[in-house]
Write a protein that binds this ligand. Structure first.
Ligand code: GDP
Length: 448
């Protein structure tokens, strides 16, 4: 369902991700492209606007997080906002009520309501180890009742025997009675659908709801119908009250707009997704997984998460500020090295990044690995505070002392001091030109 949107967003974010530095204009341009992509995916306009506004606001004031590029951070922000738009956390069917728990299935005819009723019953029976009773309330279409009975036989779930001449409410009451008597855990009520929304349908569903007090009222909506699905959900929620939505035909070539706008427009969670005609083709709707699937940038997101988790933002900001002023001493360098170590070393970090084989080789060639970090930190630790703040005072005899203190050689100390000088010069230059953020500098310095 998300293929073309995924391609579009992937292209936009790929460009962004590779940038070392980002200006407000870069972010603005990317957001315009994201906006177009979402509109073409049939996402509701209000939802698109609110989404891009949120991303832009966060992206412009992007926090200083070393070792990831601003572009990667923006990818992470887009991901987070996408997750929020989809509902944040998975919201499974809730059975936390006295048995038999009534679940009311509503929706338009042809949306996949009967199929989904059976799919859910199968899942609750097999995975949830619940005893489920299903009943069709479609008094106008005997074929629909037969269909549910056939599916019931197929998945080995009992259906309520059909009694001709009863109203939907009478059947619903009978189903609950039968479930109570038969010690069922769950009773699923498959209401009648109509081809279009009409008052007669709504009135009947509302009446059944009032008579059965269902714990879940699930709307089954066809994702191929895009914004119509969202409007259907709004109408049902307004008239009957929904607890959640099941989006069917997620396996089809819908543009994704229904899935993306549903939560924001209706405030109701998408609980499940139908992904085919088979009885097992039902998936939990997990916003994080879905967002991951849409963006296809799980690696970048994991990378940034790890960086954010491990890095002391306040300290990083203070260091960045000192760097900007050109005051980058060996204590700052030690902090940097410590941060790199915390990130699981270069090897771990690089492994998470897409397309880094080249950089990885450079790093290997430069011999920047964890062992080197540790030795460098040991060297700095062997210096006095005065030396760390004023590396210039390190003459030959001080260097010999530091070398023996840290179990290293004078050449290593010279290399470290040279690296520090180069870094300090570079930062000063960057700070003076003011063109690039400190983060970008750091990132490129470490070869990212
Ligand atoms: P109802 O009128 O709402 O009860 O719809 P049905 O349950 O009879 O489904 C109508 C058709 O859609 C059937 O052929 C189902 O097999 C098919 N269908 C239901 N859900 C899905 C789905 O998630 N993916 C696909 N590809 N087909 C589905």
């Amino acid at each position: 369902m998300f293929d073309s949107l995924s391609d579009r967003l992937g292209g936009i974010l790929d460009k962004l991700k590779r940038r070392g530095a980002l200006s407000e204009a870069d972010v603005g341009e990317a957001m315009r492209e994201v906006r177009r992509a979402l509109i073409e995916a049939d996402v509701a306009l209000d939802v698109v606007r609110s989404f891009t506004d949120k991303v832009r606001a966060r992206a412009v004031g992007v926090e200083v997080v070393k070792s990831v590029t601003p572009g990667q951070l923006v990818v992470k922000i887009v991901h987070d906002e996408l997750v929020a738009m989809l509902g944040s956390d998975a919201d499974p069917i809730d059975l936390n009520a006295p048995a038999p728990v009534p679940i009311l299935m509503v929706g338009l005819q042809g949306s996949g309501k009967t199929t989904t009723t059976a799919k859910i019953a199968k899942r609750l029976t097999e995975k949830g180890k619940r005893r489920v009773l299903m009943a069709s309330l479609d008094t106008r279409r005997p074929a629909a009742m037969e269909q549910l009975a056939t599916l019931g036989t197929q998945i080995d779930v009992t259906t309520l025997p059909i009694v001709a001449g009863q109203s939907a409410v009478q059947i619903a009451r009978r189903a609950i009675e039968a479930a109570r008597f038969g010690n069922y855990d769950v009773v699923m009520l498959d209401t009648a659908g109509r081809v279009t929304l009409d008052e007669a349908l709504m009135a009947e569903v509302a009446e059944v709801k009032a008579a059965t007090n269902p714990h879940e009222v699930l709307l089954v909506a066809d994702s191929l119908t895009g914004q119509d699905a969202v409007n259907t959900a709004k109408a049902f929620d307004g008239r009957v009250g929904l607890t959640g939505i099941v989006l069917t035909r997620a396996d089809g070539d819908g543009r994704g707009g229904a899935a993306l706008s549903m939560r924001a427009v209706t405030g109701k969670p998408i609980k499940l997704m139908g992904t085919g005609e088979k009885m097992d083709a039902l998936e939990d709707f997990d916003p994080k997984r879905v967002a991951g699937r849409i963006l296809g940038m799980g690696d970048v997101v994991a990378l940034v998460e790890k960086a954010v988790e491990n890095i002391d933002i306040e300290k990083a900001k203070a260091t960045a500020e000192r760097m900007r002023k050109g005051a980058f001493d060996l204590e700052d360098l030690r902090d940097q090295l410590g941060q790199m170590q915390k990130l699981g070393g270069m090897a771990g970090l690089m492994g998470m990044m897409p397309g880094v084989a080249k950089v990885k080789n450079q790093i290997a060639a430069a011999n920047i690995d964890d062992k080197v970090f540790r030795r460098q930190v040991a060297i700095i630790n062997s210096m006095t505070r005065h030396e760390r703040r004023n590396p210039k005072v390190l003459d030959a005899s001080r260097k010999r002392r530091v070398a023996s203190g840290s179990g290293t050689k004078v050449e290593e100390i010279n290399r470290l001091l040279k690296m520090h000088r180069q870094m300090a010069d570079m930062m000063k230059a960057m700070g003076a030109s003011g063109k690039r953020g400190p983060m970008a500098g750091l990132a490129s310095m470490f070869g990212m």
